[in-house]
Design a protein around this ligand. Structure first.
Ligand code: GAR
Length: 207
């Protein structure tokens, strides 16, 4: 059984998609060992509790500085005994020590087709605002392993989603979630849990 810890910052619709996929058997060979939120009072915590998953809040505000927060985050992840760390809308820069310790064992979902609309400053709704500003006709989502770069790790899966006339960032965000994120992330976890993919020369290949 792959032990998964999910890191979240807000609403947690991706967390819910994973919880539902484990419950329905779309993700197999996987168990949750925790949900870690960097914010208090977010819906993700409720979702975790409802599913009987231990939920923890680690807010940077509770620590003297970023280094202390980073140490605490690494310690908490280790304490859960997780094999895989899933960043499901976790809008915190991942500490280098965590990336090193969990090399190719951290996955992130990003709401665009990387390398478009990613990197510093591109998160959540902002990604969709930028896509609309640029006038792209297709956007989408990407699941990737996390390395030291920002949104630069090996790409596991991507799915394009059409932009439609009259879209607002909110409407586009919802469509990208429904048509791409909530499908791709569970599939990627299932692939990892069942040992179907590996990283070769910084690229993800099917075994
Ligand atoms: C999702 O769209 C996710 O792809 C994005 O934040 C949203 C979280 O929604 N993540 C990033 O932008 C990471 N750079 P959720 O809390 O409802 O899953």
């Amino acid at each position: 059984m792959l032990k998964v810890v999910v890191c979240v910052s807000g609403g947690g619709t991706n967390l819910q998609a994973i919880i539902d996929a484990v419950a329905s058997g779309k993700i197999t060979n996987t168990e949750f060992v925790g949900v870690i939120s960097n914010n208090y009072g977010v819906k993700s915590i409720e979702r975790a509790q409802k599913a009987g998953i231990p939920a923890y809040v680690l807010s940077p505000k509770d620590f003297a500085d970023r280094a202390e927060f980073n140490d605490a985050l690494l310690a908490k992840v280790k304490e859960t005994g997780a094999d895989l760390v899933v960043l499901a809308g976790f809008l915190v820069r991942i500490p280098e020590a965590l990336v090193k310790e969990y090399s190719n064992r951290i996955v992130n979902i990003h709401p665009s087709l990387i390398p478009s609309f990613c990197g510093v400053g591109y998160y959540g709704l902002k990604v969709h605002e930028k896509a609309l500003e640029r006038g792209v006709k297709y956007t989408g989502a990407t699941v990737h392993f996390v390395n030291e770069g920002m949104d630069e790790g090996p790409i596991i899966a991507q799915k394009p989603v059409a932009v439609e006339d009259g879209d607002t960032a909110e409407i586009l965000q919802r469509r990208v979630m429904e048509q791409a994120e909530w499908i791709l992330l569970p599939q990627a976890i299932d692939d990892i849990a069942n040992d179907r993919i590996e990283v070769v020369n910084n690229k993800v290949v099917r075994k």
